[in-house]
Design a protein around this ligand. Sequence first.
Ligand code: ZN
Length: 237
Amino acid sequence: MHTTALVLFSGGQDSATCLAQALDKYERVETIAFDYGQRHRIELDARVQVLHALREQFPAWALKLGDDHLLDLSVLGQVSETSLTRDMEFRMEQSGLPNTFVPGRNLLFLTLAAALAYRRGLEVIVTGVCETDFSGYPDCRDDTMKAMQLALSLGMNRRFLVETPLMWIDKAATWALAERLGGHALVNLIVEHTHTCYLGDRDHRHEWGYGCGTCPACELRLRGWQRWRSGLATPLP
Ligand code: ZN
């Protein structure tokens, strides 16, 4: 029976929902994120706001929420040229992958998260990767996660569980999951404080949160919101 978890928490809708689920499920939860020269520091600011709001509005969760870790991973910005780290337009590459794909990113994140989890005595590593709203990222695949769980567990001689609560649900169901975990208060917190927009837009406030409204990340979030509000979310497991 696992009781402790480390959540990869970027400050977006998905990882905030994963964090809420971990707080619901486990007795001690810590959070980790990486500063790799993201074009928009807004994501890193958003996560501080979300953590603060969670502590304030959910006292039972506040008791379980432990340290937050922000690791410097600027080396990732040095090796990759993508629209997330450089000032480039979003587009699809010849490979069929969007240029927001940072090769090796999730693999590095998980490796560093496991190293930290090892030191902190945390058993479960939670990440919000998802195959359902597949953006084509090969490092978000279920097979990749299972392979990482095995490699990390063997390589560190510690049985880690890599947990992916959103793997098989769509964005509409992610909103539904937030509602189930923390009611309207949690949905409102996610709308107000999380950040998903690729362009880092915090000037335009929509019903579903802040963002430009037209980039792929905003479109996905908007479509999920609309489907959830229309009662079209796929049933939660
Ligand atoms: Zn946007």
